[in-house]
Design a protein around this ligand. Sequence first.
Ligand SMILES: [Zn+2]
Length: 264
Amino acid sequence: MQTPTQKATLWTIFLTLTVTYTFVFVAKVVYAERTPRTSSDNFPPLECAISPFGFTPDWGSMDNLEKLSRSFCHIDPKEFIPPPPYDITALKTPLEELNHEPKTQVQKNILTMKLFYSTRHFGIYDLDSDEYVTPDHPGIDFKMPAGTLVYAIAGGIVNSVEQKNEGLGNTIILEHRLPDTREKVYSIYGHLSHTLVHPGESVSPGSLIGTVGTTGNTSAPHLHLQIDRDRGLIRHIPYIPAPGITVEQANRWTIHPMEFIENY
Ligand SMILES: [Zn+2]
């Protein structure tokens, strides 16, 4: 038998615990309401998209293969110039029209542009190629010296980092959200020598992510930049058009990298 005093004590403990648990429960609900519930609510913004490089070697002023093949640390800072605009009309200027010595400054500028954007969006591996001519290359190749620092073109989250020696070689994939539609898109950086970020990290436009290399299926240092639309995969894989696909069909799954940089 419990005495009235013991009963009162037990009731007091019971009521105190009940009030405490109720308070904690209500506090948790209120806190959860005030905190973003899904990761997309606080996804890093795209901000202002930029070129993956702040400069390019002035390729058009280099008159021999040895100079053109130097790595980043062997090129004098004075030999770099701001990245040229992507002008497809100028890019299609036949190489043989530019290879006469002495070259004018205009010819040197066009040569630098042709080498910087060495493979155009859906272009063939030819410095005179137009864009949208073959489904085989959904992206742009930038000829850059081995070891050049590569920057994120927009804000987002590192989706994956892969080290491999076939296809695109060492590859970084960044996930982004388009500002108006919240559409999920991915920027892909291939053939890197070093990768300097890890999956899950946030990046801003201009965050250092890696260095230019020759890993994977390539014979010369360059960056392959590709921008994919989401195909609903749990882990994104760079888009490679299946055999028989037309350029128009392939184009639905990618965004022209230079138009992306200009538009956002
Ligand atoms: Zn490429």
